[in-house]
Design a protein around this ligand. Structure first.
Ligand code: NDP
Length: 333
């Protein structure tokens, strides 16, 4: 079958393209310009015409994906703005929601060939700040981010604006499916990853060109003052290669249809990553071992990913840290 991957030149997108090609799928990658596709052409040259690229310059334009969806069997939609720098919440909410809605409208028009749409949402659409540690599941929705944006507008923290955008976009997708259930010949799978780390294969000419999550990871190793509380501040994470595999499994497992699925390897504080990495004088070390007593306020129940996608093991912190550091070393930054 042929799979449309939007945001194909991004951190996760490039790994999804690679994983699908390795599994024998044909891939149509959507990128914003010919130039943005050049690196993909280069790294996947061996796959010949199994990889097609299509330019979708602006995902917010009506009908933007009409050409891109033609003749594909499935869609992996991950093109979406990933930054915490919006001033007005709408700056990030509008393109995130319009991108999802536009893709679904295009898929509706071409329902004869499309059988499944996989949307890359985020645990940002799930977690909320709580007073006590909590294990969140697919039943949870981030109402808090929506309330904060409604109340605080531009004064809302940047990451909360982003989470509100991901929450609204995912909700819009489920509503679209409900409204059009008698017309669409496809089903929807939503994947909700937390922080995604690991080696990069997309074009990253400098550390500044890394996507947000990989850049944060790099900063923790290379900027001794960042963040000030290595042993306290953290989140949950997943290796980009495990997440890419989950995107492929979401196509292959029939029961995934209609499900939102958390894909998470577990919690971390930043100090854990410094401890997990191979010993090197090039990077800051923090204070070894101080992360182990951390209280993790947010954890995820990943039983659904095991049940529905068969994902029972994730890469370890040691493997992800080792491969990420090796990736930096291999570059001429
Ligand atoms: P990247 O920034 O590396 O990739 C984002 C992709 O989306 C790029 O291809 C980018 O194109 C494209 N894109 C962004 N805005 C637009 C737009 N307005 N029009 C068209 N294309 C656009 O990020 P990631 O790979 O990390 O993220 C991919 C997906 O995964 C996103 O949906 C994100 O929300 C989600 N996600 C990421 C997490 C993480 O920790 N990395 C965690 C949870 C979810 P271009 O290169 O041209 O800008």
């Amino acid at each position: 079958g042929k799979v449309l991957v939007s945001g194909a030149n991004g951190f996760i997108g490039a790994w999804v393209v690679r994983t699908l090609l390795e599994m024998g799928f044909a891939v149509r990658g959507a990128v914003r310009s010919i130039e943005k596709g050049a690196h993909l052409r280069e790294i996947f040259a061996a796959y010949g015409d199994k990889l097609e690229l299509i330019v979708v310059a602006d995902i917010t334009q009506e009908g933007a994906f009409d050409e891109a969806v033609k003749g594909v069997d499935a869609i992996e939609h991950m093109a979406s703005p990933v930054h915490f720098s919006a001033v007005e919440p709408e700056e990030v909410i509008a393109p995130t929601v319009k991108g999802v809605l536009g893709m679904l409208h295009s898929a509706l028009k071409h329902r004869t060939s499309v059988k499944r749409v996989v949307l890359t949402s985020s645990t940002g659409a799930i977690l909320q700040d709580e007073a006590q540690p909590k294990t969140f599941s697919e039943l949870d929705w981030n109402e808090q981010a929506l309330q904060q944006v409604a109340k605080m507008g531009s004064a809302t923290p940047g990451h909360t604006k982003y989470r509100a955008a991901k929450t609204l976009a995912e909700r819009t997708a489920w509503e679209f499916v409900e409204q059009h259930k008698n017309e669409i010949g496809w089903d929807l799978v939503v994947l909700n990853p937390p922080f995604v780390f690991g080696p990069t294969i997309h074009a990253t000419p400098s550390p500044d060109a890394l996507n947000l999550s990989a850049r944060e990871f790099y900063k923790v190793f290379t900027q001794p003052s960042f963040p000030a509380t290595l042993e306290k501040s953290g989140n949950c994470w997943v290796d980009v290669r495990d997440l890419a595999r989950a995107h492929a499994l979401a196509l292959l497992n029939e029961p995934a249809g209609g499900e939102r699925i958390i894909i998470s390897a577990g919690p971390f504080v930043w100090q854990d990553w410094l401890d997990a990495a191979p010993d090197s004088s090039k990077y800051q070390k923090g204070v070894a071992g101080t992360g182990k007593d951390a209280v993790h306020m947010v954890r995820y129940d990943v039983r659904k990913s095991a049940r529905v996608l068969g994902i029972t093991a994730y890469r370890s912190m040691a493997e992800t840290a080792r491969d990420t550091v090796a990736d930096w070393e291999a570059r001429s930054w």
